[in-house]
Ligand binder design. Structure first.
Ligand code: GLU
Ligand code: MG
Length: 421
């Protein structure tokens, strides 16, 4: 690595999205070795009278910024000064949940599809292209390519990219990896995407529903469990069908899905995306090759590629909490042998009123999470209570100046979420 002159310590608090502090010159080595204290109260992680927390870099995540070789970033864990991992740290919550899976012999693998709008700095569309439209009508291809190359340089493989259905909307899909790696990679990919767009004079909007009347942007997650010892895909049954374990995992996600929504679709704007006829889910449903259900089982060509796709998450989700909550739900399904019911085999939007619905606002989703004693226990009572308290504040803040109208994106949302990473 070229001599690093600036190191950015990056971390995810419970809410707020990515946070970062930079260290210069001689401070870098001690920060990498011993960590750096910070004010936990200002990122809503600790009370002001007990606010000092410690950021400890996970050196394995160190990455040089492709656009500036003198600057590197590193993802940090959050510790107390007593030397313990902080129970409200999302990355800790994920590691804890992964350990539980590992004790049962399971390793979770995931890949994420990042959908986003590429806009002018004034937030106008760059093109009127659609699904798979090639360049030059597709005006975002150069950005996608720059981002994919930059991510490759820092060890993040992008499987594919393309223009999405809506005007100026795009997708990049990251190559499958273990869940903690994938959560870190999601953070880095969002960050690199935003920054390279900025360098190119563009604006990338990761908001779930920036424009009414056209598709929003999801962050679908593809998941499977493999055997810790042999690496065998435990979601694969006979041939390329789903195993019983995979069906139970789906059963667990469906069982917890209403509460899960508060974590995987965690903003006011998320619920404007989850409406019919825009390729987003609206119900507690699953099916094969169906883009109207919350869980889709994509067609697989080999045992290794047998997986399930969860379509509720969006890019405002905290990647650590998201993987942790999905895994905890799936494990519950496996432990209790939960039956997901029959695959829907129909268009979920057409028969919407017959199906159990996803929450229709952030407020409703938070009520569900508060009621879900299993998820609270698994993710940590204190962490979930704090999360719900902070997210309720966000919901109330929105309602102070706006009515709930699923068909309007307010200035409040654009201000709050369009810069979100
Ligand atoms: N953009 C859609 C969503 O909001 C998904 C489109 C797709 O299936 O890729 O989830
Ligand atoms: Mg897509």
């Amino acid at each position: 690595m070229v001599r690093m002159r600036v190191l950015e310590l990056q971390f995810y608090p419970l809410v707020l999205g990515l946070r970062s502090i930079e260290i210069y010159g001689e401070g870098i080595k001690p920060a990498l070795e011993r960590g750096k204290g910070f004010d936990g109260s200002s990122v809503l992680l600790a009370p002001v009278e007990k606010s000092d927390l410690l950021l400890r870099p996970d050196k394995h995540t160190l990455y040089q910024y492709p656009w500036d070789p003198e600057v590197a970033g590193v993802i940090c864990d959050i510790y107390t000064f007593g030397g313990e991992e902080y129970e409200l740290s999302p990355r800790y919550i994920l590691k804890k949940t992964l350990r539980e899976a590992e004790e049962r012999g399971y390793r979770m693998l995931g890949s994420v599809e990042i959908e986003f709008f590429v806009l002018s700095r004034e937030r106008e569309f760059l093109d009127r292209a659609g699904y798979f439209t090639p360049h030059p009508s597709d005006r975002g291809f150069q950005l996608r390519r720059e981002v994919a190359k930059a991510l490759e340089e820092i060890g993040i493989s992008v499987d594919y990219g393309h223009h999405e259905v809506a005007f100026s909307q795009h997708e990049l899909t990251l190559r499958v990896d273990e869940a903690l790696e994938m959560a870190d990679k999601t953070v880095k990919a969002r960050f690199v995407l935003k920054n390279i767009a900025e360098k190119m004079g563009l604006f990338v909007d990761l908001m779930p529903k920036p424009f009414i009347g056209i598709n929003g942007s999801g962050q679908h997650i593809h998941l499977s469990l493999s055997d810790v010892k042999t690496g065998r895909n435990l979601f694969a049954g006979d041939g390329t069908s789903l195993s019983k374990l995979a069906l139970n995992f789906i059963g667990g996600i469906i069982h917890h899905m209403k509460a899960l929504s508060a974590i995987v679709a965690p903003t006011v704007n998320s619920y404007k995306r989850l409406v019919p006829h825009h390729e987003a889910p609206t119900s507690l449903s699953w099916d094969y090759i169906n883009r109207t259900t919350a869980i889709r089982v994509p067609g697989a060509t080999s045992k290794r590629s047998v997986r399930v796709e969860f379509r509720v998450p969006d890019n405002t989700s905290n990647p650590y909490l998201t993987f942790a909550a999905i895994l905890a739900s799936g494990l519950h399904g496996i432990d209790e042998g939960m039956d997901p019911g029959e695959p829907l085999n129909d268009n979920a939007w057409r028969i919407d009123e017959k199906l159990d619905s996803l929450p229709s606002t952030l407020g409703e989703a938070l009520d569900e999470l508060e009621r879900d004693s299993y998820l609270k226990r698994k993710l940590g009572e204190r962490a979930v209570s704090k999360y719900v308290e902070l997210k309720r504040r966000e919901w109330r803040d929105y309602l102070k100046s706006n009515e709930w109208d699923v068909n309007v994106v307010t200035d409040w949302e654009v201000e709050k979420y369009s810069g979100y990473i």
